[in-house]
Ligand binder design. Structure first.
Ligand code: NAD
Length: 695
């Protein structure tokens, strides 16, 4: 495969990388660069070499499609390619347009001269994958732009525009026209003037004052790293650029790169990266399935969710018809949307003009007739089947054929909802998370009859509004809330066993959860669960037997909104304060049930809560509700505050080892009076027996 085009521009050989979409530096491309270089060096008519990726993309770095395959470690490695370019006897220039990221920028740093388009972006984002630049970036970038600037760029991983580097040793020229023409012209000039070749490896780093700076930087990086190893390793590698000879710095950088590759944090970060790429794909739907155009959206219900959902579309310029049951609710909903935007404007995230533009995209209405030309209608009304039925019958009557009808329901059966319409193929669930304008997760719920092009449209729309979309089949609570039910039950059982809400919350927060389950419950409100349990008891014709949460509700303790729940809150404050009243209610509850409180360790808290998630997810996979284990991880990372550094519950289970997970679950299941659901799921048992993981 010819992945590097070789052309002559007079005496200048131009090597054009060709590996769409981002010129990832796969094995064929690495080989092609060295072959092209050797051809140019062997041709006496060639006086200089220009390396370019074309007008749109220099190189996005490693080829992620090669990750984990033998090709990724096949010779020549990227450092070999860079070494060959740097040691060329003829001048080598990089002509950079689009992105030069990671290995792409390291490749350019191996050239003697660099020309970039002013809008090109340059960066070393490896730290975001729990790594450091492993092909000389930490040694050459400081020699190009100075110690402090290089450190900031490598530790943050944030790319910057080429124009920022004008006048530094990183870029010899910044142009706003054709970079290739500019690079060829510079090459000819370099040859004509007999300019010495500038190898960054030969630049001596100034050492004066660096000790104090490095000490100061170490303290800052350590504080910001929050225990992640990669930022500290980046810090030390960049420090080596002043304290070590160049080749020793390179050797140490490479060793640190491989050490980071083997950390759970980097495995988790790379897992999430791959998970996000995989999530958009449905194995049974052809990749070329066309999507339906979405130019106008209708939203039914302007409450907590409807308002947030609406904002997602306004933010990308899509007009929304917003329908409510009455004028008062509509005005309230509109006022909330405006207040949210005004807050963003106050924080400088939007201009007042942008606020007005977005508000002007809303067409508020009380009349379904205004839905006649929407391409997608999303229902976000009360969570009651009879209310959903009324809404969907209306939507079916007014929406044009081909319009997609979606429900934001958290638990209700999408197939039943689809049955209220004459077009079940056009119906699906679009489950947003609260606050819907902020949370990244979107569960796309596929009904039994949902058409393939409806699924494809939903996924492309998810991308447009910058969500992480995960497909779920229909079941009670879909992927996320179904797992959450087990997590909540495990946490609650620990209270009865002897732990306090604050011990459980703190153990899970130390594990890395954004918020423990009881603080979360106080934030969301205890009253909904109370009402549900009473209703379910009534439906089953049995007396309602109140659990601790219900006893709290009986005292008017609904959580933060009523000033008390599992904790107490000072007026106007959000800090959760332990409350002896709760301890007493729990103690009475244990006495009534004949439970003797025992000591619960933090390790047990984490095991029970997290393994309950993992076990339920294994059932979810087995039943085909989720397509792949990494989808489950995305749901928990983006919708439920699971710690990012652990890569999601399934990735964490892989790290612990499924054998160990199963063994622990068996121990929980064998306790007297244990819930049935502690029995390890068949899929989990099978994988553990075969020594495999969810990967
Ligand atoms: P909400 O009570 O805040 O809002 C519901 C709105 O729907 C109200 O403004 C009400 O006036 C309006 N409404 C009711 N019946 C209507 C009708 N027939 N026609 C037009 N408007 C009508 O509720 P919410 O929290 O926004 O929840 C809405 C839906 O989203 C529910 O299905 C819920 O399960 C789901 N959901 C909620 C959350 C959450 O965290 N709140 C998260 C995900 C999904």
């Amino acid at each position: 495969m010819n992945t590097v085009d070789y052309t002559l521009h007079g005496p200048v050989a131009v090597l054009t990388l060709h590996n769409p979409p981002v010129n990832g530096l796969g094995h064929a491309l690495r080989t092609g660069i060295v072959d092209g270089l050797d051809r140019a060096l062997a041709d006496p008519a060639v006086t200089a070499i220009v390396l370019t990726g074309g007008e749109r993309q220099f190189s996005g770095g490693a080829d992620v499609r090669e990750f984990g395959t033998p090709r990724s470690s096949m010779s020549p490695h990227l450092p070999d390619v860079i070494h060959a370019l740097e040691n060329s006897g003829k001048p080598v220039l990089a002509a950079i347009a689009g992105h030069a990221l990671g290995g792409g920028l390291e490749l350019a740093l191996g050239c003697h001269f660099r020309v970039a388009h002013k809008d090109a972006t340059l960066g070393l984002p490896e730290v975001k994958l729990g790594l450091l630049p492993g092909a000389g970036g930490t040694q050459r970038l400081p020699r190009a732009i100075g110690l402090e600037a290089a450190l900031n760029m490598i530790v943050s991983g944030a790319p910057q525009k080429a124009a920022t580097f004008e006048g530094t040793g990183l870029l010899d020229q910044v142009v706003d026209t054709d970079v290739l023409a500019a690079a060829v012209a510079l090459a000819e000039q370099v040859v004509a003037e007999g300019r010495p070749l500038r190898r960054l490896r030969d630049v001596n780093m100034p050492t004066a004052g660096t000790d104090a700076f490095l000490q100061f930087a170490r303290t800052n990086v350590k504080a910001a790293a929050k225990g992640l190893p990669a930022p500290l390793a980046c810090m030390e590698a960049v420090a080596d650029s002043v304290t070590q000879p160049f080749d020793e710095g390179l050797r140490r950088e490479r060793a640190a790169f491989f050490a980071l590759m083997n950390t759970p944090e980097s495995r988790a970060a790379r897992h999430v990266f791959a998970a996000e790429r995989a999530a958009g794909k449905l194995p049974d739907i052809a990749a070329d399935t066309p999507s339906r155009p979405i130019r106008k959206v209708g939203v039914v219900g302007a409450g907590t969710m409807g308002g947030g959902i609406t904002m997602n579309f306004l933010n990308v310029g899509l007009p929304v018809v917003l329908l409510e049951a009455d004028r008062e609710a509509l005005d309230r909903g509109l006022a909330t949307i405006r207040r949210n935007y005004d807050n963003s404007a106050r924080r400088g995230r939007l201009t007042t003009e942008q606020v007005e533009q977005r508000m002007a995209l809303i067409a508020p209405t009380l009349d379904y007739a205004d839905f006649k030309d929407v391409d997608l209608a999303i229902e976000a009304v009360f969570e009651q089947m009879d209310v959903k039925e009324k809404v969907f019958r209306q939507l079916d009557a007014v929406c044009r054929p081909g319009a997609i009808l979606a429900s934001n329901t958290s638990y209700l059966d999408i197939n039943t909802i689809a049955g209220f319409t004459s077009r079940p193929r056009d119906v699906l669930g679009l489950h947003f998370f609260s606050p819907a304008n902020v949370m990244r997760l979107l569960e796309i719920v596929r009904g039994e009859q949902t058409a393939n092009d409806v699924m494809v449209t939903a996924m492309s729309l998810g991308k447009q509004i910058r969500k992480v979309s995960v497909v779920s089949a229909v079941c009670d609570g879909f992927i996320g809330n179904r797992m959450l039910a087990r997590y909540g039950a495990a946490a609650y059982a620990l209270i009865v066993a002897g732990a306090t809400p604050q011990q459980i919350d703190q153990a899970l927060e130390r594990f890395g959860f954004a918020m423990g389950p009881f603080r979360m419950n106080d934030l969301a409100g205890l009253d909904i669960g109370w009402a549900t349990r009473k209703r379910k008891a009534a439906e089953a014709g049995v007396p309602h037997d109140p659990v601790v949460a219900d006893k709290l509700c009986e005292l008017g303790r609904f959580g933060q909104k009523s000033g008390a729940g599992w904790y107490r809150y000072l007026p106007g404050a959000r800090e959760a304060l332990p409350d002896p009243v709760v301890d007493r209610i729990v103690a009475d509850y244990r006495i009534a049930r004949g439970v003797r409180a025992r000591t619960v360790s933090d390790e047990e808290i984490v095991q029970r809560c997290v393994f309950a998630l993992v076990n339920e997810a294994a059932h979810i996979l087995d039943e085909g509700i989720a397509v792949r284990a990494s989808d489950v991880d995305l749901v928990y990372l983006n919708g439920y505050g699971f710690p990012a550094r652990r890569g999601g519950p399934m990735c964490y289970a892989n790290e612990v080892g499924l054998f160990n997970v199963v063994r622990t679950l068996r121990r929980f299941a064998a306790e007297p009076g244990a819930f049935d659901w502690w029995q390890p799921a068949p899929l989990l048992r099978k994988l553990a027996e075969e020594g495999r993981s969810f990967a």
